[in-house]
Design a protein around this ligand. Structure first.
Ligand SMILES: Cc1ncc(COP(=O)(O)O)c(C=O)c1O
Length: 424
């Protein structure tokens, strides 16, 4: 087992020389080797990010921060393409590293599979979550009157493909209201299950609601939907890199995610998982030469023409960084900081939370407001007084305040102290 000192040292040298300490899904991993509070360790992690030291970033729920190694790997490849295009043999299958969209990207899809516990053949690389969700909405066959069931708190990038389906083909887009703040998983489960009808053909849900940080009981809901033959699609924009995602354990039919929020990859990078048995039911939306390739279905959904390999190099490096740090350690740290923020804020009577009151439904997203304030006022006051950047959620819901591995305990405590001061 590697010592804490060695780990910190290796991180300081280069993220990618970090020996693997934990492997996802390996129960023998030395969990707890470093506790989520260890200041020296987390400072050395923070030092891996080229973030401006004079500002505090609390908004990876929109787009995340890239570690240095990600920027380096992208830049290196960009320079290589610019300087050596003649190196590319075009038909050499072992050297298809100039354009994405025409090769199966097996190595990176294998890493994505490891991240979410899926087979690489079940993974398609996309630009973002909107792509993945739209691929399913567009590619699934629904009859007029068939229902798509979802909540009233879905992001437009997750739901809009189904609004097209409704307008164009007469499917019915049906939303149920869930409480904000949510109080328990059981409450959310009951509301959604009660809304199933014999016409429900798709259950589409955020795994984590972006406007509240609520982790929904997706495993239980997918099990209930599957019993009724309902196709289950999850929007994982806010989960991958923040909380553990195991698509086999969840049991969903499809899962769309991105790497540019919590994984720290370049903007414009995502994936779509479709369970092998359900892939044949989905038509592709973007088609090129292998559009009907049912041997490698993930490749069938990655027929997107010329794309950017430097971005994929960045994704690859970000995934390596995440694995080398240890996914469980990352999730623990994010949750530790999020819980500390919520606990501190709760001491101010004038703070109203929109994140779940049940801590087991929360991780690194906290949504709250101060009585009588708007989200813009709270967001802007954070910036003016302390150069801190959470994101406004509008007039009522205040700000969405995300905590990630590059944040420190001091930053959290300072935010709490500021809010205490503003609510005196
Ligand atoms: C829940 C949810 N779904 C979808 C999206 C859209 O993601 P993307 O920009 O990767 O398409 C977001 C973005 O914030 C989101 O939070």
């Amino acid at each position: 087992m590697i010592s804490r000192r060695k780990l910190i040292k290796s991180l300081g040298l280069s993220a990618l020389t970090l020996p693997s300490l934990t492997s996802f899904g390996n129960p023998a991993s030395p969990q707890g080797l470093l506790n989520p509070e260890d200041p020296d360790f987390w400072k050395s992690v923070r030092d891996q990010f080229p973030l401006d030291k004079g500002t505090v970033f609390f908004n990876p729920g929109t787009v995340g921060a890239m570690p240095k190694i990600v920027v380096e790997k992208m830049t290196e490849h960009l320079k290589y393409i610019a300087s050596s295009p003649a190196d590319w043999a075009y038909k050499d299958d072992n050297k298809e590293e100039f354009i994405s969209g025409y090769n199966n990207l097996m190595s990176i899809r294998t890493k994505v599979g490891k991240l979410i516990n899926a087979n690489a053949l079940e993974i398609a690389m996309t630009d973002n979550v909107t792509n993945g969700m739209s691929y399913i909405a567009n590619g699934i066959t629904l009859q007029p009157g068939d229902e798509i069931l979802t909540t009233d708190q879905e992001h437009s990038g997750g739901k809009s493909g189904f609004l097209v389906k409704e307008k164009r083909f007469g499917a019915v887009f049906k939303t149920v209201a869930i409480p904000k703040p949510a109080h328990s998983s059981q409450e959310v489960y009951d509301i959604i299950v009660k809304a199933f009808t014999p016409k429900t053909k798709v259950l589409m849900l955020s795994h984590m609601i972006s406007g509240s940080g609520a982790i929904l009981p997706v495993k239980e809901l997918c099990a209930e939907a599957s019993k009724r033959g309902i196709f289950t699609l999850l929007d994982g924009a806010q989960t991958v890199g923040q909380i553990k995602v195991d698509v086999k354990d969840i049991g969903c039919d499809a899962y769309a995610g991105c790497f540019h929020k919590w994984i720290g990859a370049p903007h414009g990078s995502g994936f779509l998982y479709i369970r092998q048995e359900r892939m044949k039911d989905i038509w592709t939306t973007i088609a090129s030469g292998r559009w009907d390739n049912h041997e490698d279905e993930g490749f069938r959904f990655t027929q997107r023409g010329t794309g950017s390999f430097p971005i994929l190099k960045g994704v690859d490096a970000a995934l390596d960084f995440h694995f080398e740090l240890g996914p469980d350690r990352v999730y623990d740290r994010i949750k530790f900081l999020g819980a500390r923020l919520r606990k501190g804020l709760a001491e101010s009577k004038k703070v109203k939370f929109f994140s779940p009151s049940d801590e087991s439904m929360c991780a690194g997203i906290t949504v709250y407001n101060i009585d009588g304030w708007t989200g813009t006022k709270l967001q802007d006051t954070y910036w003016e007084k302390a150069k801190m950047r959470p994101r406004s959620q509008g007039d009522v819901f205040g700000v969405r305040h995300c905590t990630h591995i590059f944040n420190s305990v001091e930053e959290i405590d300072k935010a709490v102290a500021l809010v205490k001061d503003w609510t005196k």
